[in-house]
Design a protein around this ligand. Structure first.
Ligand SMILES: Cc1cc2nc3c(=O)[nH]c(=O)nc-3n(C[C@H](O)[C@H](O)[C@H](O)COP(=O)(O)OP(=O)(O)OC[C@H]3O[C@@H](n4cnc5c(N)ncnc54)[C@H](O)[C@@H]3O)c2cc1C
Length: 474
């Protein structure tokens, strides 16, 4: 039996373990173990369920257009629990000048594609609108060299589009500063659009016109929306994945402290336990943690891993009695441009966006704190953080009621930042990794931060590990 050690039981490590489990059940001569330093599996995915409230502390959704999370759910038999958004309330607001403005209909990515909603919105000044329209006539960039997302948006659509659309919409996904983000690593499609069509607006308008009309609702088929979750929260995916695996092979509350390479494979050092000998190691810990573990294996890998910056954030969920909240929460929430100089990045109106999140008669709001612009705020003590969020929600939405439930989830250095040069760093890691038979480094810090990307990355790493140690198995 050849042993594979998977380090880190976030969704990447769980997806990897699931592949190894299948190979083992198919009779491949492999043994595996999944080691997690926390006392629970799931990593950044966590759902607390209490008194009928379902509170997601990390991700609250995934993109079904990237098929891997949905496919894993199907394999685990929970695809019937996949939950669409309540699209009859699909509205996003942007805070501008202290007031919430509806994101104009037809904005795709960050590009306006419908004339009337764009022309009539008070979100942008006339100067800002004209500057965005200049995208139609501006020349292409002469080369495809990487640039920051901010430089790209300023160049094509102007300052207002960056401040009021791109920064809060797109920076919000990565909790990042667009002045640092690599366009090629985060949104290569924008660059392709510019190169192909010469204009983002022209490209998006064409794409929108080509889109087939939505099919009439088919009551026999489950509803699919742009974002999806699970009835019992995002935690359902890692929890079910772990429950289908052999529990003796999942070690929680156990920290890997070091990895050493030798002629036959790897020695994995584990705090308070015997060393584990492995033919292959799949490292799914955060990049900064992986850097520490791999110092003795390969200095160049460790250096490239340590150079991937991470920022801290926190989510604060507040539940209220519906008749006390004083706001009908008609929308999915709002995003906050950093130029507004507020203390929260965004807010999701969880009980409107999703069914099954609160008991009858209650409502729930979730706020995001920290990120690249305000990282220090994610370190506030609980009481101060809740007070700050309540005060922001009162100012922005007029919600002054007393919450009946408050939950904080903290993510210190939990968000990898794909800054300029990111793809070079990832290429270095992958090039050096290929020199170490049986070593695989994967997860949300490299080629896609979303849950489906992580599932895909974990599965791919497991298949490569099987190929390396049992050729022909995967
Ligand atoms: C607040 C927040 C909101 C998000 N929202 C969304 C969203 O809505 N949709 C979406 O698709 N994505 C979202 N993401 C991103 C997504 O959740 C993550 O990219 C993904 O879950 C990362 O999974 P992972 O397994 O690669 O890493 P992680 O979940 O970070 O797992 C790594 C694991 O390794 C463990 N570990 C580290 N060191 C060691 C060691 N030495 N020994 C043993 N174990 C170790 C850690 O404890 C951790 O459990 C969000 C992220 C955050 C933080």
């Amino acid at each position: 039996m050849k042993k594979v050690v998977v380090i880190g039981a976030g969704i990447t490590g769980l997806a990897a373990a699931h592949e190894l489990h299948k190979a083992h059940c198919d009779g491949e001569p492999i043994d595996w173990v999944l080691i997690e330093k926390d006392n629970r599996v799931g990593g950044k995915i966590v759902t607390e369920r209490t008194g009928g409230f379902v509170v997601d502390g990390g991700p609250d959704c995934f993109l079904p257009d990237k098929p891997w999370a949905g496919q894993l759910a199907k394999e685990l038999g929970i695809d019937g629990d996949m939950l669409p958004t309540n699209d009859e309330h699909k509205k996003t607001f942007i805070l501008s000048g202290g007031a919430l403005h509806l994101l104009p209909d037809g904005v795709m990515g960050l590009v306006p594609t419908k004339f009337v909603p764009f022309a009539t919105t008070a979100l942008f000044s006339w100067g800002g609108k004209l500057r965005m329209a200049a995208d139609l006539i501006l020349p292409r960039k002469p080369n495809e060299d990487d640039e920051t997302l901010a430089d790209f948006v300023r160049r094509r659509l102007g300052r207002e589009a960056l401040d009021k659309l791109a920064e809060p919409l797109i920076g919000g996904i990565h909790a990042s500063d667009p002045e640092q983000m690599s366009l090629q690593a985060t949104f290569p499609r924008f660059l392709e659009m510019e190169q192909k069509s010469g204009s983002l607006i022209r490209h998006m308008v064409k794409a929108r016109k080509k889109m087939p009309p939505p099919p009439p609702p088919d009551p026999t088929k489950p509803k699919r929306t742009f974002f999806m979750s699970f009835v019992q929260g995002m935690g359902e995916l890692p929890e079910t994945c772990a429950a289908r695996l052999d529990p003796e092979r999942i070690l929680t509350g156990v920290e890997v402290t070091d990895i050493k390479e030798h002629a036959g494979g790897y020695t994995v050092k584990v705090a308070g336990r015997d060393d584990i000998e492995a033919a292959a190691v799949i490292v799914c810990a955060e990049a900064h943690a992986a850097a520490r573990l791999l110092k003795k294996v390969d200095d160049e890998i460790a250096e490239a891993l340590a150079a991937i910056p991470h920022v801290s954030s926190a989510t604060v969920s507040l539940a209220y009695k519906k008749d006390e909240i004083g706001n009908d929460l008609d929308g999915f929430g709002f995003i906050v441009p950093s130029v507004e100089d507020r203390k929260i990045m965004a807010s999701t109106w969880s009980s409107t966006k999703w069914s099954h999140r609160v008991p009858e008669g209650y409502a729930m709001i979730r706020a995001f704190v920290g990120g690249a612009h305000n990282e220090k705020l994610a370190e506030l003590p609980d009481e101060k953080m809740v007070k700050m969020v309540k005060s922001e929600l009162k100012d922005i939405m007029g919600v002054g009621a007393k919450p009946v439930l408050t939950r904080i989830f903290r993510w210190p250095k939990g968000m990898p930042q794909y800054t300029v040069g990111h793809l070079d760093r990832v290429e270095t890691i992958e090039r050096r990794q290929a020199e170490h038979l049986g070593l695989f480094i994967t997860g949300g810090a490299y080629r896609g931060v979303g849950v489906p990307d992580c599932v895909n990355a974990g599965q791919k790493a497991a298949k490569s590990a099987l190929d390396a140690i049992c050729p022909g198995a995967a």
